[in-house]
Design a protein around this ligand. Structure first.
Ligand code: UDX
Length: 431
């Protein structure tokens, strides 16, 4: 059992803190947002993540997990302080480090015993050294500390299982003993542990996300070529994926990547490269392809309907991916805006993201179900591949639509079956 303080109860901090508590540690999670902490104390979570609410409540009840807004309280007796605050995007694509700075300063001012500071937030290469400089400068009196980078690789919707079954743990530090102590915290997870220097660990995170985004943009480019040549990208991806050098994951063609990580991290990596006088051409193309991919859904719908003005278009799914209520950089937002700009009426439904979506999609009529979305629509676009859309009564959907046009942005449905049902169906890259 170790004493852990986690700073920031956003996605990463809350999952990390709760999982460490579940592994038997004593965790105090801190946030400067009083409302969030007050809610958490009552068992109300700021995010939707399958299984998390139950795990939070169980660990609070067992006395292993607590929430506070006080640094002094959070750091009392702590062996580790995990920084998991947000790093929003600055104007040029660089990461905005104001919250990391504030956390480092507050740690320095409130720590009373030797401490290992672990950076979980995705931060530009070199930030670990910068955090160490801040803490050293702000300490009222010198107390020993080390900084270890331990980037997170949690995907929303499967974050608990990603934490408990990691593909690897990456640790970066100049202090080998400190890195070993953080490694000990993860030993029961039985994952490969990579120990390296701070900057390399920070780079592993960016390179991993950029590679995954590249894989998706690659298959989306192939999808567009497939479409022109009459091949089916789903089968192309399956055929490629059997090769272990390629792998089957992240080869789903569709509307491309969104969310809180890929867009921000790819841009931040490109920015870091540019500042160093490098030309990140591949990263630029990866981003361009992603942007173009979203537009595809609108172009296809316009083409199939012979224009969008006055048409009613329904969106199945609004979140950036299934099993989350996260709307950050969700393709649905851009698609709705583009449809509205061409004079279409847009309505939408999402199993969990409706609340967040309402604020981000002005003028979009929110419906209570996929059936309500389809009712009287000239076309439906599948934006998010939620499981509940897989088993819909498609005959009923078709019947209720004004025109049976379905643009499947996530290749959720079987093209042949849709045609047999009488839909005018277009997927992504399914020639
Ligand atoms: C990602 C990384 O997976 C995770 O390791 C990192 O810590 C944070 O960023 P997340 O953004 O939650 O996690 O979602 P992920 O499942 O990776 O999907 C990212 C985006 O790519 C989604 O918009 C998804 O729809 C899209 N995607 C994913 C595809 O378009 N095709 C695929 O084959 C896979």
């Amino acid at each position: 059992m170790r004493n852990i303080c986690v700073i920031g109860v956003g996605y990463v901090g809350l999952v990390t803190g709760t999982c460490f508590a579940d592994l038997g540690n004593r965790v105090v999670a801190l946030d400067i947002n009083e409302e969030r902490i007050a809610n958490l104390k009552q068992g109300i979570l700021p995010i939707y993540e399958p299984g998390l609410e139950e795990m939070v409540k169980r660990n609070v009840a067992a006395g292993r997990l607590d929430f506070t807004t006080s640094y002094a309280e959070a750091l009392r007796g702590a062996d580790f302080a995990f920084i998991a605050v947000g790093t929003p995007e600055g104007v040029d694509g660089e990461a905005d480090l104001q919250y990391v700075r504030a956390a480092a300063e507050s740690i320095a001012e409130n720590m009373t015993q030797p401490l290992i500071i672990v950076n979980k937030s995705t931060v530009p290469v070199g930030t670990g050294d910068w955090v160490a400089d801040i803490v050293r400068a702000k300490q009222p009196r010198p107390i020993a500390f080390s900084v270890v980078s331990c980037p997170e690789f949690l995907a929303e919707g499967s974050a608990l299982s990603d934490f408990m079954n990691p593909a690897r743990i990456v640790l970066g530090s100049t202090d080998r003993e400190a890195a070993n102590q953080v490694a000990d915290l993860h030993l029961s997870l039985r994952a490969p542990i990579v120990v390296t220097d701070l900057r390399t660990a920070e780079m592993i995170k960016y390179a991993s996300n950029a590679f995954l985004a590249t894989k998706i943009s690659f298959i989306n480019e192939i999808a567009n070529i497939c479409e022109a040549l009459g091949a089916d990208v789903k089968e192309v991806a399956a055929g490629m994926g059997y090769d272990p050098r390629i792998g089957k994951h992240f080869l789903n063609a569709g509307l491309g990547w969104g969310g809180s990580c890929f867009p921000k991290d790819v841009r931040a990596l490109a920015y870091m490269a540019t500042v160093q006088g490098k030309h990140p051409q591949l990263l630029q193309s990866v981003m361009d392809i992603n942007k173009y991919q979203r537009r595809q859904a609108v172009l296809k719908t316009r083409e199939m309907l012979g224009g969008l003005k006055g048409k009613t278009i329904g969106l199945f799914g609004l979140a950036f991916k299934p099993n989350t209520d996260d709307m950050r950089d969700a393709p649905s937002v851009e698609i709705a805006r583009a449809l509205q700009a061409e004079g279409a009426l847009v309505k939408g439904y999402d199993p969990v993201a409706m609340h967040a979506a309402e604020r981000m999609m002005p003028g979009v009529a929110m419906c209570a179900s996929a059936y309500e979305v389809a009712e009287g629509a000239d076309a439906v676009i599948v934006c998010t591949e939620w499981n509940e859309f897989k088993q819909l009564d498609l005959a009923r959907i078709k019947q209720s639509m004004r025109q049976p046009v379905l643009v499947d942005g996530r290749n959720l449905y079987d093209a042949k079956r849709m045609q047999d049902l009488g839909f005018q169906y277009r997927g992504m890259g399914r020639g």
